[in-house]
Design a protein around this ligand. Structure first.
Ligand SMILES: NC(=O)c1ccc[n+]([C@@H]2O[C@H](COP(=O)([O-])OP(=O)(O)OC[C@H]3O[C@@H](n4cnc5c(N)ncnc54)[C@H](OP(=O)(O)O)[C@@H]3O)[C@@H](O)[C@H]2O)c1
Length: 227
């Protein structure tokens, strides 16, 4: 089984790469930061590809050729986070340009034969102040899963939708503020804790294997969106 994980050098993508490699898959990860790429030892290749560069992404998929499963696990971090009154439209555009459009382009160009799993976010279906742009981006990603599953069949298309997960995505916050935010989040979710990257990796692993599951969005949020 050959798997490409775009955004596979940190957090959720990295945990997924490790999980699949442990299970015997040939995993190719992509990212931008050369130190992060060099640190991923478990994979058959770690390639420097800026996912927002259509030229680089097209060249990557051309040289990679056909493969079984694609996982899209990158984002521009906290771009667009904040109340709409405080952010500019440039921030909103950065949120779309760093995730929705490159996800669409990767889906167009990848020569996948088995499945595509998109990583969205629970902001798509919640009512958290300060997440309008993130909700718009991830809502668009979640909404396109079912028509994509219809268009690309027999390739399966699914999404995992994480709640707060302890990854470097949160590094924009000072350590103490991050811990306070995680403690507050843990109190509000039925699972009683924030997520670990491995929690989401296990859900992606399931979807990669689940040959009768397509067009679905699987929340992996400790119950946040049902709480
Ligand atoms: N952590 C959370 O609480 C949370 C919650 C809900 C949803 N999510 C979603 O989960 C996904 C993974 O997030 P994470 O928490 O694992 O974040 P992370 O730890 O910051 O990892 C992001 C990964 O994406 C790569 N990346 C980012 N921009 C890229 C670009 N333009 N080109 C190539 N690679 C790029 C990074 O590599 P480089 O640094 O080398 O670019 C890194 O490998 C994202 O879509 C995020 O929106 C996260």
């Amino acid at each position: 089984m050959r798997v490409v994980i775009m955004g596979g050098t940190s957090g959720i993508g990295l945990a997924t790469a490790r999980r699949l490699a442990d299970d015997g898959a040939e995993v190719i990860v992509t990212g931008r930061n050369p130190e992060r790429l060099a640190a991923v030892k478990e994979v058959v290749a770690a390639e420097q590809v800026d996912s927002t560069s259509e030229e680089a992404v097209a060249a990557f998929f051309d040289r990679t050729g056909p493969f079984d499963h694609l996982v899209l696990a990158f984002s521009p971090g906290a771009a667009g986070l904040g109340p709409l009154a405080d952010i500019g439209l440039a921030d909103v555009r950065a949120a779309f340009d760093g995730k929705l459009f490159p996800y669409l382009f990767a889906v167009q160009r990848a020569r996948v034969t088995g499945s595509i799993t998109l990583v969205s976010a629970s902001t798509a279906r919640s009512a958290l102040a300060g997440t309008v742009a993130l909700a718009a981006v991830n809502g668009a990603i979640e909404r396109m899963v079912s028509p994509l599953a219809a268009e690309l069949a027999p390739v399966r298309v699914n999404a995992v939708s994480p709640g707060a997960v302890d990854t470097p995505w949160w590094d924009f916050l000072p350590r103490e503020q991050r811990q306070a935010q995680f403690a507050a989040a843990a109190e509000t979710v039925p699972a009683g804790r924030v997520g670990r990257p491995e929690d989401v990796a296990a859900a992606i692993r399931y979807l990669v294997d689940a040959t009768y599951v397509t067009g679905s969005v699987l929340p992996v949020d400790g119950g946040f969106t049902v709480a």
